[in-house]
Write a new protein. Structure first.
Length: 401
């Protein structure tokens, strides 16, 4: 059955975000107002106490009114929901929802916002029911080989199509794999997604309608990190699907971080240099847990638990080795036309990060040399549709004679 969008839930989710944003901006303005009105720091900020009393009353009232309006809107829209009806969501709505979850998905989940994406396996944009009967109906020609495709940050399961090409569909056509696409909230911690994916894979393998011989995980960008995290979770929990895993392929995955998130972190720290701009640093903390995990490539709970996720260094990050007994592959993109001299990354992820290389030996992932490949003249999103990239995937996943 095709998924539907509940118009009432969409409006409720949007209104909750607006109210939360109003409260957040109010806090920033209040902090700046108080800082400025407190007087010069050299004089000991003599007006700090009266300023705090005044700003507390004024901005407290604004927050109270916003909260009251928010509750009223939510209750009204909840009652109106059945009358507003539902419809089938289009690709534009799915794409917007994916971006929203990538940026503030942890907040959406924590506040039970209707716009939060729940992890699920999908096929042609339709959620899969993980029972043998339902899977047999959806995949009447189901075989013994399954490839699970895991999208990147702020993306969705329907965005594997690029330039008329879909790696999953091509692998089905050429090598007989059954492609299954994961949809998940990329704003939550990567390791949280790893735990959820591990549990979901266990259900999929248990319900697969024919004996399963080969399971492949194919991750693009953050998806490769989620796949690695799921392998660690499966080993810790003793999941059976792990014994079926034959290959893990990571395309443009920031195993050791992405400069773009580090740039956001530097901006956040820059705001904190002056006490007058310090309140603006709170805006930098709007970045989701999934986004901050990308700074250094956190894939385990231990990489972020008990640590300020906005800290600059990754000294706390311990080893997270590749799964043993699995053929692991890494593809990096570079915008350079030739592999000569210092090679730039794909516009988002450096080559060394995508290939799992690290100066600290214990963090180096050690992909075998024959299992590493760099695609020239290739941007981050080009990895999804470039013929040369697919040719490499096909060669790696073709059974040896």
């Amino acid at each position: 059955m095709a998924p539907t969008r509940d118009h009432g839930d969409d409006l409720r989710g949007a209104s909750q975000l607006v109210i939360a944003a109003t409260a957040g901006v109010t806090e920033v303005v209040e902090a700046m107002h108080h800082t400025i009105a407190s007087g010069p720091a050299v004089l000991g900020r003599p007006l700090s106490v009266p300023s705090k009393l005044v700003t507390g009353i004024v901005y407290g009232g604004i927050r109270g009114v916003a909260a009251l309006v928010g509750r009223g809107l939510d209750e009204t829209l909840a009652r109106l929901g059945p009358r507003l009806g539902s419809s089938q969501p289009g690709p534009e709505r799915d794409a917007l929802l994916a971006v929203l979850n990538g940026v503030v998905g942890d907040h959406l989940h924590a506040t039970a916002n209707p716009l939060a994406i729940a992890m699920q396996f999908r096929h042609h944009g339709v959620p899969l029911e993980l029972t043998a009967e339902a899977l047999r109906t959806t995949f009447p020609d189901a075989g013994a080989k399954v490839v699970v495709l895991i999208h990147g940050s702020s993306m969705g399961d329907t965005q594997w199509q690029r330039g008329g090409h879909d790696h999953g569909a091509a692998l089905a056509r050429d090598l007989g794999y059954t492609p299954i696409y994961l949809r998940y909230n990329s704003g939550r911690h990567i390791s949280t997604g790893g735990h959820e994916l591990a549990a979901l894979l266990e259900r999929l393998v248990d319900a697969w309608p024919v004996p399963l011989e080969t399971l492949v995980l194919l991750g693009h960008s953050m998806g490769g990190l989620v796949a690695r995290s799921a392998c660690h979770a499966a080993e810790a929990d003793g999941h059976r699907w792990r014994t079926h895993l034959r290959a893990l392929v990571c395309m443009g995955s920031p195993h050791h971080g992405a400069p773009l998130e580090r740039g956001g972190n530097r901006l956040h720290r820059l705001f904190g240099v002056s006490r007058y701009s310090a309140p603006l640093a709170r805006l930098g903390r709007l970045r989701s847990a999934g986004v901050t995990d990308l700074r250094h490539g956190n894939v385990l709970d231990a990489h972020w638990e008990g640590v300020d996720r906005f800290e600059r260094h990754d000294d706390h990050r311990g080893p997270a080795p590749l799964p043993v007994g699995v053929a692991c592959y890494a593809i990096a993109g570079t915008t350079a036309a030739v592999l000569d001299g210092r090679i730039p990354g794909d516009g988002l992820v450096p080559v060394d990060s995508a290939l799992g290389r690290h100066q600290r030996a214990e963090l180096d992932l050690g992909f075998p040399t024959a299992h590493q490949w760099i695609s020239t003249a290739t941007g981050h999103m080009d990895l999804l549709g470039k013929p040369e990239v697919y040719a490499r995937l096909r060669d790696w996943l073709t059974p040896s004679e």
